[in-house]
Design a protein around this ligand. Structure first.
Ligand SMILES: O=P(O)(O)OC[C@H]1O[C@H](O[C@H]2O[C@H](CO)[C@@H](O)[C@H](O)[C@H]2O)[C@H](O)[C@@H](O)[C@@H]1O
Ligand SMILES: O=c1ccn([C@@H]2O[C@H](COP(=O)(O)OP(=O)(O)O)[C@@H](O)[C@H]2O)c(=O)[nH]1
Length: 453
């Protein structure tokens, strides 16, 4: 079997717990088949080494590179997270473009290619991930790398007119042609990217083949990412008796639990969720002191102003709702700004009556799938899910809502809290079957088989 080489900005490193779907998914995928994982070490240094630091853990070899302060500012915080992230999440008004950031992004991609190329063998299969690394394939090709190279974009793709808002977009997106295969989360994303290239005179086939006017060819296809459902279900069963879950259950004193787990990101629709929970309590006095909402929200990309603003806004919203409705022995919103291990989260999901997943846009949203996989089959909870998460395509039996309408979230809470057991079981069984079938191994195999040609 050919060696798999995974490349991503964020790497789930040994001994480090960090929230984020890409890293948790790729860790699950690589643990199963082994391989090399190349990416950012997470460290910012005065002067970066010319070669990556090598480490091994289990079946995974890691090749980790540091970033300098200007690399981090321009490439990661700047172009990746202040320009591409808002653009790809349909929020052009938040887009902050600087030519210096774009130059830094290209510089880091070129540097990654120079450090990765000497580690590659001809028969490796190279799989590059996400918006941080769009030009990396072209940089590797320029260095003579002839291996099959695939690319997977974890975030949504907006319609062509929005993609074209990006200054110099025509210097960036056609670089995808250096890949043999470009994978996206959903059919909607695939169709949007095909439409972008068609509008630029490419010819595209029904099977996702693209030929650019200069003759370059590549393929675009949808591969919805999954989770290791067996492992998550097992973690949830085990965690049911853990001290952390037991403490949470004790603290509820028989009340219902609504749970949300998200990086503190403006794409996740957290203000709308907090606002809706407040309205729910206003409308349903009978539910006050009978339901608690636990929102776990580890801070993310804190040097970006929009993320700091969001944090302050959420503190105000949680404070206002708690101030208005709390009792001496009950707080409506338990708002927690730290991360937990996936094992601990699985236990929390299992005892939660409702999983509240309401992003304004999300490539997939693995938390939705983890919530489903963690439920006890005999008494499963209810998933409330935004129609704007990629996961909604596979989880149609969730209560699907539009997160921009707080009333829709309020109604979904009423509906979920009063749903009969038989209906909960039926909806959950259908979702669990799909989450189990379309798991992380199936995703990896489907992508790599198509990449192999
Ligand atoms: O690396 P960070 O800047 O700390 O951010 C964490 C990750 O966020 C995004 O995750 C995406 O990938 C998930 C798995 O496919 C998907 O479910 C989710 O919808 C996406 O938002 C980002 O795309 C990753 O690059 C980051 O590592
Ligand atoms: O405290 C936390 C919060 C989240 N996660 C994990 O981070 C991932 C979040 O992925 P998702 O696709 O939902 O969103 P992203 O953060 O990638 O946008 C999931 O696997 C969570 O289990 C975690 O390990 N600890």
């Amino acid at each position: 079997m050919n060696r798999l080489v995974v490349v991503s900005n964020r790497v789930a490193q040994p001994r480090e717990a960090r929230a984020g779907g890409l890293a948790s998914a790729m860790q699950a995928a690589l643990e199963q088949c082994g391989g090399l994982w190349f990416g950012w070490s997470g460290r910012i240094v005065d002067e970066a080494d010319a070669t990556p630091r090598m480490e091994r853990a289990g079946r995974i070899d890691y090749a980790l590179v540091d970033l300098t302060r200007s690399d981090h500012d321009e490439y990661y915080l700047g172009f990746a997270n202040r320009t591409l992230w808002p653009l790809l999440h349909f929020r052009p008004s938040l887009l902050d473009y600087h030519r210096g950031d774009f130059a830094g992004y290209q510089r880091v991609n070129a540097a990654f290619a120079r450090q990765l190329a000497p580690l590659l063998r001809d028969d490796d299969v190279v799989w590059i991930h996400d918006y941080h690394l769009i030009p990396l394939g072209a940089e590797l090709r320029a260095l003579g790398v002839g291996a099959r190279i695939g690319f997977f974009l974890h975030v949504p793709v907006p319609p062509p007119a929005l993609l074209a808002v990006l200054p110099h977009h025509e210097q960036l997106f056609p670089k995808l042609a250096a890949y043999d295969l470009v994978g996206l989360q959903t059919w909607r994303d695939r169709d949007a990217l095909l439409a972008y290239f068609r509008e630029r005179d490419a010819s595209t086939g029904a099977d996702g083949n693209v030929e650019l006017p200069d003759g370059r060819r590549f393929e675009i296809a949808a591969f919805p990412i999954g989770i290791d459902a067996v492992k998550v279900a097992e973690q949830a069963r085990k965690a049911a008796g853990s001290p952390a879950t037991a403490r949470l259950v004790r603290s509820l004193e028989g009340r219902k639990l609504v749970i949300g787990v998200d990086r503190l990101d403006y794409s996740k629709g957290l203000p709308q969720r907090f606002e809706a929970f407040g309205r729910f309590l206003a409308r349903h006095a009978a539910w006050r002191a009978r339901v608690s909402f636990l929102q776990i929200a580890p801070p993310s990309r804190e040097q970006v102003q929009e993320y700091r603003d969001l944090r302050s806004r959420l503190e105000r919203l949680a404070g206002a709702t708690n101030g208005r409705y709390a009792e001496p022995d009950w707080v409506p919103i338990r708002y927690v700004n730290r991360s937990f291990t996936q094992g601990t989260l699985a236990g929390f999901y299992r005892v939660a009556d409702i999983g509240l997943v309401t992003p304004l846009r999300d490539g997939m949203n693995l938390v939705a799938k983890e919530y489903v996989a963690s439920q006890p089959p005999e008494d499963p909870g209810v998933l409330v899910l935004s129609s704007f998460a990629g996961a909604a395509d596979e989880l149609a039996e969730a209560i699907i809502i539009n997160p921009l309408d707080p009333e829709d979230i309020v109604e979904s809470l009423e509906h979920a809290l009063s749903m009969p057991l038989a209906e909960r079981r039926e909806r959950w069984a259908a979702m669990f079957e799909r989450v189990s079938r379309n798991d992380i191994a199936a995703w990896r195999q489907a992508f790599l088989e198509r990449l192999a040609g």
